[in-house]
Write a protein that binds this ligand. Structure first.
Ligand code: G6Q
Length: 548
């Protein structure tokens, strides 16, 4: 039985299916030879961001069919519901309003009958004042020394965003501060970090929306004990601050609530980098730069709400993603930043996308009978080229790739930058054009191989090509551009969730493992293995007891 409001029952979905059969055999390079203007037709320039989607298996008809699909699934209605603060996260009864954190409008925004704009502004002011004090060396530790080392303790949404952005914007970082991120329950994470810290100059930010996440609380308690080996209880407030929505838990931990930076239920963990969760970023790059980060994201919000699909980057990105996932049967999607500063971006987008759209139940509770979110993965170029690109070029999977490149860098090694961009373009070029057997044979003969050798080696050196990719080129990796890029991806994920008719804003799939970890931990503490456990789990437990 198919689900009510199933996208696959829409006329446009059926038309896309029929069109796919008609056009899927057209080689990508033929699109280019048939239309000299293809790049201009299928690229969008938005301030310092260029979005080139021309190297995809699309044409104007595909975009028009997606336009119809978006109309049929009433995307506009969903966009309004999102920005108006309706409780679209219906399984948790929550609005999804992280976009409000990057909107500087003064017009009231009501959630549950309350205008939340003044609260947003108050928290911003508090972040501003605190970060200025720390950055100016005026926030002093228990021996009167300024803070030099900052450790963010958080996990998931309370780690990936701040870590990724702090790293990405390193050229903007204060020279007086060093940043560390501890997330894993694995004691090695904290152990290796504490080794290099000086208690007198260290500030811990305990980042947890709920202030109850096991990993974060365990790491925070251990950090607290480590601090108390030298400092006193009353010194805690100089060295521990919290980012949370849970005031009671923060104060029970011993952190003075005046050193707590709040946010709200309507900000989901993986969408919280724009909130107080961004505190490490603010401390690193300063408040004005953080405001630019927010402004870039807001520009993307306006773009998303106002541009027609033909120029709407998140909608185009979403359409291309659905086209490959549901019609071309692509199972994965690679994020390939050609910037070492963006090395944590694949992991960040992996959470944003996979936690949002990794669902198999439609909004009405029935199982979907269409594919939803793909597997998101990736690595920086050129590193990935020497590792897994082999499979993208010559494997059996179709893997749409997003290349993200930067034109200007804040370092003087220009020759590196030229090589980096040359490699980025070479990859998207090679993926699209490939190299056919005749050219391979000719090259081998020219290299002095015999005809027999050339013929037998050639099949292994063929690149089938015809592999799609999209390229973002940023004029520079500025806070503004980065904010815009991240918000573009957020909206892409949102559009896909609307089309797939799933709730992109809950994450129940992470719960079962958490519950089981608690009951297995009970076994481990008693060095037992309950008879209710399966033989694999019990066998592994016994081996652990023997070796640990
Ligand atoms: C993200 C998820 C998840 C969350 C972490 C940390 O959307 O909700 O990654 O951010 O589980 O949660 P706390 O911030 O509550 O510790």
């Amino acid at each position: 039985m198919s689900v009510q409001n199933s996208p696959i029952n829409t006329d446009s979905w059926k038309a896309l299916q029929a069109y796919f059969t008609q056009v899927s055999k057209i080689p990508l390079r033929m699109h280019f030879s048939n239309d000299k203007d293809r790049f201009n037709q299928f690229s969008v320039r938005d301030e310092g961001l260029l979005f080139d989607y021309s190297k995809n298996h699309i044409d104007k008809n595909v975009i028009q069919l997606f336009k119809k699909l978006f109309e049929e699934v009433e995307l506009n209605k969903s966009i309004n519901a999102l920005f108006n603060g309706e409780e679209i996260n219906h399984t948790e009864n929550r609005s999804v309003l992280h976009s409000a954190l990057r909107n500087f409008s003064e017009s009231p925004l009501h959630i549950d009958g309350k205008n939340v704009r003044p609260e947003i502004e108050n928290v911003r002011q508090k972040l501003h004042d605190f970060s200025n004090q720390v950055r100016a060396g005026k926030w002093l530790g228990y021996t009167g020394k300024p803070i030099k080392q900052i450790v963010n303790i958080g996990i998931g949404g309370s780690d990936l965003g701040p870590k990724m952005v702090t790293e990405a914007l390193k050229p903007y970082q204060s020279k007086n501060l060093a940043f560390y991120f501890v997330s894993n329950i694995d004691g090695c994470d904290l152990h290796e970090t504490l080794k290099v810290l000086n208690r007198e100059e260290t500030l811990f930010i305990i980042s947890s929306k709920s202030f109850s996440t096991t990993e974060t609380m365990t790491n925070a308690q251990t950090a607290r004990r480590w601090f108390l080996q030298a400092g006193e209880e009353q010194d805690i407030e100089k060295h521990f601050v919290a980012v949370s929505t849970n005031k009671n838990a923060v104060s029970n931990f011993g952190i003075n609530p005046k050193n707590m930076f709040g946010f709200w239920n309507w900000v989901g963990g993986r969408y919280s980098v724009w909130s107080s969760i961004g505190l490490p970023i603010i401390l690193s790059i300063g408040f004005p730069n953080f405001l630019n980060f927010l402004k870039g994201a807001h520009a993307a919000d306006v773009h998303f709400k106002t541009c027609p699909i033909e120029k709407n980057i998140p909608m185009l990105l979403a359409a291309i993603g659905i086209w490959y996932r549901n019609f071309w049967n692509a199972n994965t999607h690679a994020i390939l930043p050609y910037s070492q500063y963006l090395r944590h971006l694949p992991a960040y987008l992996q959470q944003a996308d996979m936690e949002s759209n990794g669902k198999s139940v439609a909004n009405n509770g029935e199982n979907v009978d269409w594919k939803t979110g793909p597997i998101i993965w990736g690595e920086t170029g050129t590193n990935g080229q020497h590792a897994f690109y082999q499979l993208i070029h010559q494997g059996t999977e179709i893997i749409p790739c997003d290349f993200i490149a930067v034109a200007r860098f804040n370092h003087e090694f220009n020759n590196h930058n030229n090589q980096l961009f040359a490699n980025c373009l070479a990859q998207s070029n090679a993926l699209m054009h490939g190299k056919d057997i005749k050219v391979v044979e000719k090259d081998l003969l020219e290299q002095g191989k015999s005809l027999h050798e050339a013929k037998s080696l050639a099949p292994f050196k063929v690149f089938k090509g015809n592999k799609p990719s999209t390229t973002f080129l940023l004029d520079e990796l500025s806070p503004y551009n980065l904010g815009k890029l991240l918000a573009i991806y957020e909206h892409k994920i949102f559009v896909q969730g609307v089309v797939w008719n799933i709730n992109s804003f809950d994450q129940w799939g992470v719960e079962l493992g958490k519950t089981l970890a608690t009951s297995i931990l009970n076994n481990i503490e008693k060095k037992s293995a309950d008879s209710s456990l399966d033989s694999s789990t019990a066998g592994l437990l016994h081996a652990f007891y023997k070796w640990s």
